[in-house]
Design a protein around this ligand. Structure first.
Ligand code: IMP
Ligand code: MG
Length: 204
């Protein structure tokens, strides 16, 4: 079920990467995946999810705010009955956490229980894995019938703790990206593409 890494961008794409990149806001270096590529891949992954949960009802749980754009796009492509709910989390940086890495806590809980439901945790990106592991552990304790992970982006090269990713749209290298829900200082979540961010380009 693992997804492909960066697909080759064909020049037949409606707009070339160079064209799109030249119209991007400051600080955005270049496009990684075009909006068309993202949409097509989400449709493929929705097909995989549909086959796995065939004939069942699925609850999608999104992590605010990054996964909102991906979750809604994915949900629109699913054909089984789908419920959605959201979790808010705060991550503590190492100094604030007294040196311990990867501390996460829930700042907004789910609205409904998940007992005996088929649950799919929907993430924008699995990076070190700390956030996902914490959420998996928390949700598993609430007695779902099953619990899976679906992520738009997987940056496996930076993984510190292992988590079982069931569905991924794209594997990415060790670069910071924005768009499709991912932010830089809360900006750029609304970009339809996934783009490489270079904060250095923002400096005067
Ligand atoms: P993890 O706990 O290290 O796996 O971090 C996951 C969270 O870090 C994600 O849900 C994002 O909010 C954030 N994050 C990690 N990499 C990026 C990135 O490249 N762009 C934007 N946010 C990121
Ligand atoms: Mg973020």
């Amino acid at each position: 079920m693992s997804g492909p890494s960066a697909p080759e961008v064909k020049m037949t794409d409606r707009k070339s990467i160079a064209e799109i990149s030249s119209s991007l806001p400051p600080g955005i270096e270049r496009v990684f995946f075009t909006e068309e590529q993202v949409d097509a891949r989400i449709a493929e992954v929705a097909g995989e999810i549909g086959r796995k949960y065939d004939g069942r009802e699925l609850k999608l749980i999104g992590v605010l705010k990054g996964s909102v754009f991906f979750l809604t796009a994915l949900a629109r492509k699913l054909t089984m009955p789908v419920k959605i709910d959201f979790l808010g989390i705060s991550s503590f940086s190492a100094p604030a956490a007294g040196g311990a890495p990867g501390l996460v806590r829930i700042s907004k809980d789910l609205d409904e229980p998940i007992q005996d439901e088929d649950v799919l945790l929907v993430e924008d990106i699995v990076d070190t894995g700390f956030t996902t592991r914490y959420l998996l552990h928390t949700l598993a304790g609430r007695g779902p019938r099953s619990l899976g992970i679906c992520t738009l982006l997987d940056r496996n090269v930076r993984r510190i703790v292992q988590v079982p990713v069931d569905f991924r749209c794209f594997e990415i290298p060790d670069v910071f990206v924005v768009g499709c829900g991912l932010d830089y200082k809360q900006l750029y979540r609304n970009l339809g593409c996934v783009a490489l961010m270079n904060p250095g380009k923002l400096e005067p």
